[in-house]
Write a protein that binds this ligand. Structure first.
Ligand SMILES: NC(=O)c1ccc[n+]([C@@H]2O[C@H](COP(=O)([O-])OP(=O)(O)OC[C@H]3O[C@@H](n4cnc5c(N)ncnc54)[C@H](O)[C@@H]3O)[C@@H](O)[C@H]2O)c1
Length: 290
């Protein structure tokens, strides 16, 4: 199946950039959120990413500023924002990127089942939840699949395609093809806890969280050491602020529930989430954000 038009539901940390990735591959995309201000934030994110990408090509003298201006308008012109399901009637592929809570995901999947054409694939960007349970909220569980981008979606090339109990082989092939259509590298896995990447990432990060908390180490120092060691481009606490503490905590708790003590849940992260400090998106997490 070729995707002529796509949609993204949820214009938060991930949604705006996901829409930008789809639009820069030449595919029209509708971006939906519950309030206009959230849609606008997602559209603004798409604009910033597009300008940064094209600006870097101008700097390297690969394209002229005139070309960049024209391309920016073309890419952004392919993204339309909405607070209802306007424009979903002829989409081929939807990527859901709403908060990591099953009741919200299921409500969205049930609505998507109503408003999209029967052939459309309904994909979730979930980091840890069950694709099969989302499929149960629809009349087409065979067309429900995980399509897991990594932060930041405009840069990270990998997409995990997560296979639910009812996902059909046609849907898996279509998701793999769509990932390539938008210039990403798909890997396919079953819906095991943590899929592939978060299981590896969290097992490493768990040890840093554990030693920091057990020994009361300074968080900024830990981040600085990790960054200076060049083991990662940034330390795990700053990264958590960028990803969203609620999302990271949810994945950590899920992995701990499923695999036991080899995965660690950081107490201070939990306290920050309970206080509504979710990182960059709320202005405060482990760090203050301007
Ligand atoms: N943050 C990350 O680094 C990251 C990476 C990979 C995957 N994910 C996954 O992507 C999904 C979204 O994460 P996020 O970090 O972008 O969350 P977020 O909290 O930043 O954004 C979620 C957006 O969804 C909107 N929303 C809520 N209910 C909605 C509804 N019914 N219809 C439309 N929009 C609705 C919210 O208003 C918000 O703008 C989660 O499943 C998360 O696990 C996140």
């Amino acid at each position: 199946m070729f995707v002529f038009k796509a949609a993204v539901v949820g214009a938060g940390t991930m949604g705006g950039e996901i829409a930008q990735v789809v639009a820069s591959a030449g595919i029209p995309v509708v971006l939906k959120d519950v309030k206009q201000e959230f849609v606008d934030t997602g559209l603004e994110k798409a604009r910033q990413v597009t300008e940064a990408q094209l600006g870097s090509l101008v700097k390297k003298e690969k394209i002229t500023q005139e070309d960049a201006d024209a391309q920016r308008e073309e890419i952004l012109g392919r993204i339309s924002g909405t607070t209802d399901y306007d424009g979903f009637g002829d989409v081929d592929f939807v990527i859901e990127a709403v908060p990591e809570r099953m009741e919200i995901k299921q409500a969205v999947f049930s609505e998507l089942d109503e408003v999209t054409p029967g052939h459309a694939i309904l994909a979730s960007n979930t980091s840890s939840l069950s694709i099969s349970e989302m499929g149960e909220a629809t009349s087409r569980p065979d067309k429900v699949v995980g399509f897991h981008y990594f932060y930041p979606a405009s840069i990270m090339r990998l997409i995990e395609i997560v296979v639910g109990e009812e996902t059909s082989s046609d849907t898996i092939s279509a998701a793999q093809n769509f990932a390539q259509q938008i210039r990403k590298q798909p890997i396919t896995c079953n819906e095991v806890p943590g899929f592939v990447v978060n299981r590896i990432l969290n097992s490493a990060v768990s040890e840093i969280w554990r030693v920091q908390e057990e020994e009361g180490l300074d968080i900024k120092e830990v981040d600085k050491l990790v960054q200076e060691s060049k083991a990662a481009p940034m330390g795990p606490f700053y990264l958590t602020d960028l990803l969203g503490l609620d999302t990271v905590l949810h994945v950590a708790e899920h992995l701990h529930d499923c695999y036991g003590d080899r995965f660690f849940v950081h107490k201070q992260m939990k306290e920050l989430v309970e206080a509504g400090n979710l990182g960059q998106k709320t202005g405060k997490g482990f760090y203050e954000h301007g």
